[in-house]
Design a protein around this ligand. Structure first.
Ligand SMILES: O=C(O)[C@H](O)[C@@H](O)[C@H](O)[C@H](O)COP(=O)(O)O
Length: 261
């Protein structure tokens, strides 16, 4: 697993634009090398900000959208099309504006699907099976080796729907779990687990705003992953924290020396 690298941008708008530019490059490189690319999307304002910046970037046309697999790191277990679903928000921010292959877009199940509102655990198992079916021998495991997996970071250090101390973050075997009683609404969610997240080549953690400063400082100062799930989110080849200066304001100095005057 890789050691976190930090990139600090002046403000959250620039952070989103720079992350979008980085994502375009990463997708184009993967498509050139292997024919296709795979990206895992996150919910939340920062993740949607990156998607909106990507939608507005002229270089988005460099991506072959028909050869891109999209997955989700977590989902709010709500009916299809609910405005609070991460997939609905991602479609509005970007996905509806680009020529994706619908067969390569893999939203997590919705609560009005075959598993029903009480079936979040079965819905999570279904998504795990979908991931396993997409993994090839070269992936060495039950999920594809995603090119980039993005995660918003919560003020309590949660990533995806893995919250401090709750069962999801303790999962060591399953790749996807149903989440009950999440402290961030809605309480019922589906989430990739840390083992699934760590299958990604690159994991990018997005944190902008003063309310993320403490979470970033804790997660990057050697905290355990059960107490600080963001600390356990690492990519095989690269772990990148993309921050704005407000979110970076409480990092230990050895991680982020203050800018010279
Ligand atoms: O479904 C969700 O809510 C998430 O995926 C969650 O993990 C989110 O990414 C963080 O809470 C950060 O959210 P913000 O970027 O809005 O602060």
């Amino acid at each position: 697993m890789s050691t976190p690298q930090l990139v600090v941008h002046r403000d959250k708008g620039l952070m989103a634009q720079a992350a979008a530019a980085r994502l375009i490059t990463r997708i184009v490189d993967a498509q050139s090398a292997r024919g296709s690319a795979s990206v895992v999307l996150t919910g939340g304002r920062n993740g949607n900000g990156v998607l909106a910046a990507l939608a507005a970037a002229p270089a988005r046309d460099a991506v072959d959208w028909s050869r891109l697999d999209l997955w989700w790191g977590d989902e709010r277990y709500l009916p299809e099309g609910d405005p609070e679903r991460n997939a609905t928000q991602a479609r509005a921010a970007l996905l509806d504006a680009v020529p994706l292959d619908p067969k390569r877009v893999h939203p997590m199940p919705a609560s009005d699907g075959p598993h029903g509102a009480d079936g979040v655990d079965a819905a999570a198992a279904e998504y795990a099976a979908e991931l396993a079916a997409a993994a090839g021998p070269e992936d060495h495991g039950p999920v594809p080796a995603f090119d980039v997996l993005m995660l918003g970071v919560g003020p309590d250090t949660h990533v995806a729907s893995l919250f401090p101390e709750l069962p999801g973050v303790r999962e060591t075997t399953r790749t996807v779990v149903g989440v009950h009683g999440a402290p961030k609404p809605p309480p019922t969610r589906i989430s990739l687990t840390l083992p699934a997240i760590r299958a990604a080549r690159e994991v990018w953690l997005l944190a902008a705003g003063e309310d993320k400063a403490e979470a970033a400082a804790i997660a990057l100062s050697g905290a355990g992953e059960i107490q600080a799930p963001a600390a356990g989110a690492r990519g095989r080849a690269r772990t990148l924290w993309l921050l704005d200066s407000a979110a970076a304001s409480r990092l230990p100095r050895e991680l982020y020396p203050p800018a010279s005057p």
